[in-house]
Design a protein around this ligand. Structure first.
Ligand SMILES: [Zn+2]
Length: 312
């Protein structure tokens, strides 16, 4: 890309340099932020409420956050290091991990100060995302001047890996649907799919049908089984329409249905043949096999137009 190569020796001179000093938390440790945190995390630990409440230890970094608009407290060293890496083409940044150590509990009313230091800059590393340097910053969080915990934060400052530019093939491979997990307990099901037969397990002892495939019968515990082939007729028992999160192999919105087969068992599958917002509970559907790619075929269910007896 025509960037000057960056000497690692130069980057290492940043190790130990101060990234923030005597910075103050925007708010003292306080009950409303603790409550919101606990709600968001689903943490109902009673230690975090009441007159003797402490703050959840993992909130450590929350007390040091500068808000969305302010970066005050960052030192010239930090900006200088980032500018150097930007200049060398390592323009992307991703947070990779953090480690915290707790030395004493924080309580509502504690005023927070913190300082941070650039602890290490790694040699050049190549990851799936791209090539760059890991930067570890260590923050010491203090309450009333006394150290309460440390927060180590690691980022990768990198040049994104080149995407394969052969518009098509390489990209397409990455967008394949996930592969099913085929094991001894369900191999027979996938063998059936390969023959365009939807097979339901049947308990040899009590005759109960079961789906998905399992090693034993939920009704009697019997482990002997054979199969019956589904007629392929069914109805939409329930469904969801997926909008988010996007996943490269799928094209939202799409309907994921819980299909009740004529034989009485239910299975999760795609509902096809109508736009996802037209799928309704109770719609009759019929099995067909979708070839997703060269290696993968899947049973899906197409909506049947019952008024005309034909397919939509
Ligand atoms: Zn049984």
């Amino acid at each position: 890309m025509g960037h000057e190569p960056l000497a690692y020796e130069k980057l290492r001179t940043f190790e130990g340099r101060v990234a923030a000093t005597e910075a103050e938390g925007l708010d003292p440790v306080n009950a409303p932020m603790i409550r919101h945190w606990c709600e968001a995390m689903g943490d109902t630990n009673p230690a975090y409420e009441g007159p003797d409440a402490i703050a959840p230890p993992t909130m450590l970094q929350a007390w040091t956050m500068a808000g969305l608009t302010s970066y005050e407290g960052r030192s010239p060293a930090h900006d200088e290091l980032f500018a150097l890496l930007d200049g060398a083409g390592y323009t992307s940044v991703v947070a990779t991990d953090c480690e915290q150590e707790y030395l004493r509990p924080l309580r509502p009313g504690d005023a927070i100060t913190y300082d941070s230091v650039i602890e290490s800059v790694s040699p050049l590393k190549t990851t799936k995302l791209g090539t760059g340097h890991f930067i570890t910053t260590r923050m010491n969080v203090r309450a009333g001047g006394e150290i309460a915990g440390t927060h180590r934060f690691r980022i990768l400052k990198y040049t994104p890996a080149k995407r394969s530019s052969s518009n098509g093939a390489a990209k397409k491979d990455k967008r394949q649907r996930p592969r099913p997990v085929v094991n001894r307990d369900n191999a027979g099901f996938w063998e059936g799919v390969a023959d365009h037969r939807l097979l339901i397990q049947r308990c040899r002892a009590c005759g109960t049908l079961r789906f998905p495939w399992l090693p034993g019968c939920n009704t009697c515990g019997g482990q002997e089984w054979d199969t019956v082939e589904a007629s392929g007729e069914g109805t939409v028992y329930s469904y969801v329409v997926m909008h988010h999160p996007p996943f490269p192999a799928f094209d939202p919105p799409y309907a994921v249905g819980l299909i009740e087969l004529a034989e009485g068992v239910r299975m999760v599958s795609n509902v096809v043949g109508v736009p996802s917002d037209k799928v309704r509970i109770g719609m009759p559907v019929r099995l067909e096999f979708l070839r997703a790619d060269d290696e993968l075929e899947l049973p899906v269910f197409r909506v049947v137009d019952d008024a005309e007896g034909g397919e939509v």
